[in-house]
Write a protein that binds this ligand. Structure first.
Ligand code: CIR
Length: 278
């Protein structure tokens, strides 16, 4: 077993997590990040060393919030492989290999799925279905899935079938002018979503309190929620103020280089709950 595999295997040992409620699977930044896929963002030079440092700080921030972090090694064959969220979904009961919508990302998930397969039964979206994890937002037993260029109706239907045994319902949601559903809406508290109404139909989220992004902060709707904690980019101060005014504690990270690759904060981790959590 290679050294990093041994490390990863050990990290699933239930005696080793010091009572932490969450585990995050992450993957170090690919040296080929500059060749990433881009859809709604113009290509600009990416400072690789800075991106790597920001990613390391992101991992430390997750740890500071009580999360055990598994860091998989970087892979030069897959420019976008730091964005682990898109290749797999982790529910409490099952993990799902997604079959990403971009050809360059289709084979990217192997190492992530090895990890998930150790702790969850594994299911797969099969061709011709496509699905990116960035399009999947779970709130309780409701699973909202973006109708995007990356996630097709067949992928949506397969996800519904795979999750039905555990009582989840899949709801397809229209998005526009952005890459993924979670570019446009994420959950920020038990009853609250943060939403960019220019990019998503807000009607499916009528059951939740809706905070909207501040003017001039178009990309501000993406946040990582772990229980009562929220990890959030540091470049959206007005939206951050709205979150804090709503009583939500925010921990910020600088992800500016990853944003040049059309990434955000949710996309850099797959979170697993170890026990009962909000
Ligand atoms: C892509 O286009 O696939 C990557 N450059 C960015 C993926 C970001 N993923 C996410 O927000 N879930």
């Amino acid at each position: 077993m290679a050294a990093h595999d041994a490390l990863c295997a050990r990290s699933w040992d239930t005696t080793a997590y010091n009572g932490r409620m969450w585990t995050a699977i992450t993957r170090d930044v690919s040296p080929a990040l500059a060749k990433c896929e881009l859809s709604f963002v113009d290509r600009t030079p990416i400072d690789l060393a800075r991106a790597q440092a920001q990613h390391a700080a992101y991992c430390r921030a997750l740890e500071s919030l009580g999360c055990e972090v598994i860091r998989l090694p970087a892979d030069a064959h897959f420019p976008d492989s730091v964005f682990v969220e898109d290749v797999a979904l982790a529910f409490d009961e099952v993990a799902i290999a997604t079959r990403p919508g971009a050809d360059s990302r289709r084979e990217e998930g192997t190492k992530v799925l090895e990890q998930l397969g150790m702790v969850r039964p594994l299911r797969r979206i099969e061709a011709p279905g496509t699905l990116d994890g960035g399009d999947v937002l779970r709130i309780g037993k409701r699973v909202f899935v973006g109708r995007s260029a990356r996630s097709n109706p067949e992928g949506h239907a397969q996800l519904q079938s795979l999750l039905a045994p555990w009582g989840y319902t899949v709801e397809s949601v229209s998005i526009r002018d952005c890459l993924h559903l979670k570019s446009a809406v994420t959950q920020v508290a038990e009853d609250t979503v943060l939403i960019q109404p220019d990019w998503v139909d807000v009607t499916p989220f009528a059951a939740y309190r809706q905070l909207t992004v501040a003017p001039g902060e178009a990309h501000a709707a993406n946040a990582v929620r772990m229980g009562q904690a929220l990890l959030y980019p540091d470049c959206f101060p007005q939206t951050q103020a709205r979150l804090q005014a709503a009583g939500i504690a925010v921990t910020t990270v600088d992800v500016s280089e990853l944003q040049k690759a059309e990434g955000a904060v949710t996309c850099c981790s797959i979170l697993l709950r170890r026990g009962e959590a909000a």
